[in-house]
Design a binder for this molecule. Structure first.
Ligand SMILES: CC(=O)N[C@H](C=O)[C@@H](O)[C@H](O)[C@H](O)COP(=O)(O)O
Length: 225
């Protein structure tokens, strides 16, 4: 078996900016990826074929997603096989997809995991919100399980401020695949806790690549008048 694409432990930087963000677009995301590489990242998470093609220039493994919103399902991270095929064509080394057990249009995660591995020949990263989803994805043949969606589904309730380190620990105890911590790892101290809990790697997005959100946090502290 070939070595894992995300074999190297460390920080994977998520370089994403939605259409309403001034940094939206492949030129900015490509530059973010270069900065992340120079800072020591071991991988890049990026959204959509254009950004994925751009971040490839950093020369790091690319964990690709394709966010597609739908009126009829809450599932939006690489919701179907065509989305996976498009990002692999753009250069994604690993496909991440929503592996929650929520209602969706089309094929279930178990089917998608197998098809992405068999037909596209790439590794699969299961974005989950609770332990059972991670166990099901591991059984279905995922290569990695990530805690990406904890705090963003009904199963996990309202989004807390802190990341779900307990889920990282629970997954690491129960499955032999690399467990990746993702979601609200906003400080180096929180990242350290994820590694202590058994994370193989930690994905950090907002606090590295979203200056608008970082500015908001500083501004929200208030200014003495
Ligand atoms: C829930 C969802 O759609 N998460 C997305 C997944 O790709 C991204 O919007 C997050 O920025 C990413 O997971 C990194 O997390 P954080 O930005 O908290 O470090």
């Amino acid at each position: 078996m070939s070595p894992l694409k995300l074999a190297k432990r460390g920080i994977i930087v998520s370089c994403q900016a939605r259409a309403d963000n001034p940094l939206h677009g492949p030129a900015f995301m490509g530059a973010m990826a270069l900065a992340a590489r120079d800072g020591g990242a071991v991988g890049i998470r990026a959204n959509g074929p254009e950004d994925i093609a751009a971040v490839k220039a950093a020369g790091l493994p690319v964990l690709g997603i394709y966010k597609i919103l739908s009126d009829s399902s809450p599932v939006y991270i690489t919701p179907n096989f065509d989305a996976a095929r498009a990002i692999v064509a753009a250069g994604a080394d690993v496909v991440a997809l929503d592996c929650t057990l929520r209602p969706r249009n089309g094929e279930e995660p178990t089917v998608l995991i197998r098809r992405i591995r068999d037909e596209l020949g790439v590794e699969v990263f299961a974005d989950v919100s609770v332990l059972d989803e991670g166990l099901a994805a591991a059984d279905a043949g995922a290569t990695y399980v990530g805690t990406t969606l904890s705090g963003y589904t009904e199963a996990t309730g309202p989004k807390p401020e802190a990341p779900d380190v307990a889920l990282v620990e629970a997954l690491a105890r129960r499955i032999s695949l690399p467990v990746i911590a993702e979601g609200r790892y906003n400080t180096p101290e929180l990242v350290r806790r994820a590694f202590e809990a058994g994370a193989h790697a930690v994905v950090v997005g907002t606090m590295i690549t979203n200056p608008r959100e970082i500015t908001r946090r500083f501004v929200s502290l208030g200014v003495p008048q």
